[in-house]
Design a protein around this ligand. Sequence first.
Ligand code: GLU
Ligand code: ZN
Length: 303
Amino acid sequence: MAAYVGRFAPSPTGPLHLGSLYTALASYLDARANNGRWLLRIEDIDPPREIPGAANTIIQQLASHGLHWDGTVLYQSQRLPAYTEAAQALAHRGLTYACQCSRSRLLPMHGIYDGHCRPLNKTRASARTRASARVSSGAIRVCVEACRPISWQDIFHHACHYDLAQLSGDFVIVRRDGLFAYQLAVSVDDAFQDITHVVRGDDLLDSTPRQIFLLRQLKLPVPVYGHIAVINNSAGQKLSKQNRTPAVTIATPGANLEWCLNKLGMPVPGDMTGAPVEDLLTWAVHHWMPEHVPTGSISVDDG
Ligand code: GLU
Ligand code: ZN
């Protein structure tokens, strides 16, 4: 098996909060416990959602928690030619088409596209190789019509199966505003960075089959996936910038790590409490047990 390469891939939509630190830590520990490399990728391809300075804040937060990555940081904003190339490769194979559906037409579909524009545009979109996928009218979708159900063996969830036709239908790879969709960029870059293991929050579980589909269509290797439960607030909502979850403070990195380790099913022994972050992480790497990580919903308040 190829040597382990993991990654943390935050979007700079705000500073890390405890929920994202928890995910970063799980991905770090799984990589280091497997003698793996651990890379950092800033997913800055959605300017309307980004907050100036957030990428640097995240970098500083990771470093102050002792979560040191290997190599240089990859910024997705520097990778647009690679996404264009991937979109073109899919178009050349006749797998994509332009979708002009209005928001009001899409709304009642609840994210499961009905394929309306597929017969109208498929041949046109594939014949016309866009010099840049950004010059677009409407979104570009990839056709999942002939796709069989997608399965993978998850590190934390065991066997997962999804049928893309029911999950999403033909999904967007280039948005109507010309920006590349997360699904395309993340797939291209996981392959580009030779990622072998993706450990992330289970809010992305239903993105994984789309990414496996794209990787297969692009003839790129498919990594091993592991999805851990995301942490909810007391109201049962995922901790996120949207519900104003506070940023993790770099003033108390040890306490923050201990909190996350506790939630990961690894209570820190009394004699380690207050230890430097390097010592906490060394201890955690040695004691990492993926099978002890809770998979049900976790709340900030329970312990
Ligand atoms: N950038 C995505 C996010 O912050 C996560 C990407 C991933 O881990 O695949 O939600
Ligand atoms: Zn459409």
